[in-house]
Design a protein around this ligand. Structure first.
Ligand SMILES: C[S@@+](CC[C@H](N)C(=O)[O-])C[C@H]1O[C@@H](n2cnc3c(N)ncnc32)[C@H](O)[C@@H]1O
Length: 309
């Protein structure tokens, strides 16, 4: 249980798989912990334009009775910088995706459920917005991101409808995009398998924030930062992220990169991580009932090889 002062209020982000994260990271007094996604604030907030993370962080620092520092920035940039500067940690958490405060703030434009400006930037000081992507990217690039990042079956039809509509009038709002998506897909596909705009919105969000690249550069940096015996936990919210984490853990567990037909290892690479469990940890029914946003969460954790000093 979180101490009372840190219990989320009705509008705050509810930490997902909290007990499981605590167990995997097993933090001991005196250890150094890096929370790479200090939520109840988030990336956007971390980047100055929005004071929420600072407010949450101040509250955290005051009540958690630990020495803490807030660093603003993209974890895909900040973790490699910390690693390169010799910062070492005993536990690192990456809780990917968006916080409830971001999802529930219509003006951030992340939600297909409320009409809002097409924005979707986690970092409000970044230039590229969803509006730019939707109005300016080539049709074939839209098809690619809808397929790759959204696993959208009707990527082609939707991209074509977007291009047709933007010739008449550029997109400004999420509602216009939702209507165009609905008009582009066959009627039966508008029902079932979640909201018809869910996959395209996910794809746009990943593209606008370059989310997979950030994860790909954060993972090796996190491994470098960990002390021997240090723990890394990653919560992902869709299969694209989970795949990156799974493959990274697998590669670092194997160590050796020699082709399987080699009779002996010549690369000399040793295993660097040991996954805590084979399958990702999923939230139980009770957690999903209490916090439906946790439904797609998958937690993977690993321990860095070597003996803790
Ligand atoms: C699911 S929330 C974290 C919630 C947090 N663990 C809590 O319990 O309050 C994820 C947060 O990470 C931030 N984030 C996502 N990608 C990021 C990145 N590349 N760099 C820094 N922060 C990022 C988001 O803005 C969001 O606030």
């Amino acid at each position: 249980m979180l101490p009372n002062v840190l219990q989320p209020s009705a509008t705050d982000h509810v930490p997902v798989l909290a007990e499981e994260v605590r167990a995997c990271l097993a933090v001991e007094p005196g250890e150094t912990v890096v929370d790479a996604t200090f939520g109840a604030g988030g990336h956007g907030a971390l980047l100055a334009a929005d004071p929420t993370a600072r407010t949450y962080f101040d509250r955290f620092e005051k009540h958690a009775r630990v020495q803490a520092r807030l660093l603003r920035g993209d974890f895909g940039v900040v973790l490699p910088q910390l690693a390169a500067n010799g910062v070492r940690a005993d536990a690192i958490l990456l809780d990917l995706g968006l916080s409830s405060m971001q999802l529930d703030r219509p003006e951030r434009g992340f939600s297909y459920a409320t009409d809002a400006p097409l924005d979707m930037r986690m970092d409000p000081s970044q230039e590229l917005t969803a509006r730019d992507v939707v109005n300016e990217w080539e049709e074939r690039d839209l098809v690619t991101i809808f397929r790759r990042y959204g696993e959208e079956r009707y990527a082609k039809q939707i991209a074509r409808a977007i291009v047709r509509r933007r010739r008449e009038q550029p997109f400004e709002r999420t509602g216009e995009l939702v209507d165009t998506i609905k008009s582009a897909i066959p009627a039966p596909a508008r029902f079932g398998d979640g909201h018809p705009a869910k996959r395209v919105f996910q794809a746009l969000r990943i593209a606008v924030n370059d989310e997979l690249r950030a994860l790909e550069s954060a993972l090796p940096a996190a491994l470098e930062m960990l002390r021997p015996g240090g723990r890394l936990a990653v919560i992902s919210f869709h299969s694209l992220e989970d795949r990156i984490v799974k493959q990274f853990f697998r590669e670092k567990e194997r160590g050796c990169t020699c082709p399987p037909e080699f009779p002996i290892c010549v690369c000399g690479n040793k295993p660097e991580l040991r996954a805590v469990q084979r399958r990702p940890i999923r939230p139980g029914e009770d957690e999903v009932a209490a916090n439906p946003r946790s439904a797609s969460a998958r937690l993977r954790a690993a321990v860095k090889a070597g003996v803790a000093e």
